[in-house]
Design a protein around this ligand. Structure first.
Ligand code: FAD
Length: 309
């Protein structure tokens, strides 16, 4: 417990802090070098301790959920990764889920799959679209994850968080700036939970929809492969996958990264792929699509820099 982070390590349980943690193990892409420090807070108070310390010491940090929408740098990250993700429902933690009437409160670390299952059992509909999106509540709110014509922001009443250094905030959905795969929640805020407002329905009907969405996903996406989902946002009125396919990019590869044959908007790490491979492939696709259709694609995934933000 020495060096730059020794003081922070003393303020948290040892199990919540890891030095030089390989980020490839925290990304669905399986890509990325080590983080100087990874903190795995279980409670809101621990998030506040981390952000206060980082602010006072001018150490950069980013929040992380399940790492399914981010490309980590090969050289790793020089600051703190604040990872919020739990594997089980646990009361009073950042992965607690509770129902009150037609509302469900979920901690930021709850997976969308668990949230969908929980809401089905409670006979509450509105988040089953999220089945198969491999994110957690915090990361998915940050990017307003969506599928099948719905997005997570549609069902949120308010978001809870900690704004650096240690201010506990509650953001009404109307102030979160939900848009297509984005919010305007400021970058100094770590989302810690949210209240969802849902619609009563029969559990069996909700489960039927979950099954149908799962089947559809299996038949249209390389879900079992190492990827970060869709790389580019859909441009207005069009589909990025269609444009990439039309530009002849399916099957294109750089090093260990290639453009999926099944879904052109997915880049897959077929083993040994690096962040540099993915970035080169992204630029190649962007150039080809611009040349072919005159449309400049915008990335949906976050491309993290070693020294960011
Ligand atoms: C196979 C596959 C299928 C996918 N399908 C879909 C889909 O249908 N629809 C869709 O929208 N996405 C999809 N994705 C992308 C991804 O799963 C979603 O964007 C998901 O919501 C990201 O959640 P996460 O927890 O993994 O976020 P992360 O990747 O961990 O983080 C994403 C961003 O959110 C920020 N962040 C994370 N946690 C917090 C927090 N607590 N507070 C503040 N900021 C935070 C991070 O800094 C980062 O900028 C898919 C990905 C894969 C691999």
């Amino acid at each position: 417990m020495t060096g730059r982070y020794g003081d922070l390590e003393k303020r948290l349980k040892p199990s919540l802090v890891r030095r030089m943690e390989p980020l490839s193990e925290h990304s669905t892409f399986r890509i990325g070098g080590p983080a100087a420090l990874m903190c795995l807070p279980e409670r809101l108070e621990e998030v506040a301790i981390i952000l206060k310390w980082a602010t006072e010491e001018a150490v950069s940090w980013i929040a992380l959920g399940n790492g399914s929408n981010i490309v980590f740098p090969d050289a790793g990250f020089s600051g703190i990764i604040v990872k919020i993700r739990g594997n089980m429902i646990a009361p009073k933690t950042l992965w607690d889920v509770r129902q009150t009437d037609e509302r469900i409160h979920a901690g930021a670390g709850v997976s969308l799959a668990r949230l969908a299952r929980f809401s089905a059992s409670a006979g509450l509909s509105g988040v089953e679209f999220a089945t198969g999106i491999p994110g957690v509540v915090g990361g998915s709110i940050h990017g307003n994850a969506g599928a099948h014509g719905s997005q997570i922001g549609d069902r949120i009443e308010y978001i809870e968080g900690v704004r650096a250094p240690d201010q506990v905030v509650r953001i009404p959905a109307g102030h979160a700036g939900f848009g297509y795969r984005k919010t305007e929640i400021d970058t100094q805020t770590v989302i810690t939970g949210a209240m969802f407002v849902l619609t009563p329905d029969r559990p069996e009907a909700i489960r039927d929809r979950i099954r149908a969405y799962t089947e559809y996903r299996k038949s249209t996406q390389p879900s079992a492969d190492q990827s970060a989902g869709c790389i580019f946002k859909n441009p207005p009125g069009d589909s990025a996958g269609r444009l990439i396919d039309r530009a002849g990019c399916k099957g294109l590869c750089v090093g260990g990264a290639f453009v999926s044959d099944q879904h052109a908007n997915f880049i897959v790490n077929r083993g040994g792929g690096t962040s540099a491979d993915v970035r080169t492939l992204i630029e190649t696709i962007r150039r080809r699509v611009l040349h072919d259709s005159g449309i400049e694609l915008e990335t949906e995934v976050r491309l993290l820099e070693t020294e960011a933000p």
